[in-house]
Design a protein around this ligand. Sequence first.
Ligand SMILES: [Zn+2]
Length: 244
Amino acid sequence: MRVLVLTGAGVSAESGIPTFRGNDGYWRNLDPTKLATPEAFARDPQLVWDWYRERRQRIRNARPNAAHEAIARLARWTDEFLLVTQNVDDLHARAGVAAEKMVQIHGDIFVTRCSHCELCRCDYKHEHEYEHEHEHELGIPTCSKCGAFMRPGVVWFGEQLPRNELERVEDFFDGGACDVVIVAGTTATFGYIIDWAVRGSRGGGQLIEVNPEETPLSGFATRLVREPAAIALPRIADELIKCG
Ligand SMILES: [Zn+2]
């Protein structure tokens, strides 16, 4: 069985991570879609870092939900599996999806990378951030190699998707058609989500959309599940594992 799963913010929202869209996404009355941009960072890097640090803390305090766990179960059970997530949090990883079976197409919020050179580091652990306490006073970390501002290792609006991660998705498609493609918790507003879902299921595989609401992908799906991911995915995972 060959399975592709695509996930978006809706899956993490069920763990209490606010989505960018909607009222709960607002922070200090600011619209996150305007903070997560290269322009916002150029204008006010301190403000952008304050927001990302709060998000990091919120993610550390959150727990994977039943949707994350169901996907991790599928990842362990299927012969060939890839999860492509738009989420920059680590909830899929904490649920147990191995790094080699997962592509974070919008980056990783716990990575801090230089805005100028190639230097990057992982700031996952609390302890590690304390080591950089001097930076907290300044508010904006700087690169130890070139001195430029460091930035969160995420893809901002208007930026290109990371090439090496795109190649990993392509490699998975090169490996053959999927039996099942599941798209959960994403509004599929980005064209590549629809492209990948349709390409993955092209050989006659199922295309299952899990979303309480209609999305631009709905017309392509072979099965629509209008439920929250944490309700629907455990059941879908059970069905697939039983059938397989
Ligand atoms: Zn640098």
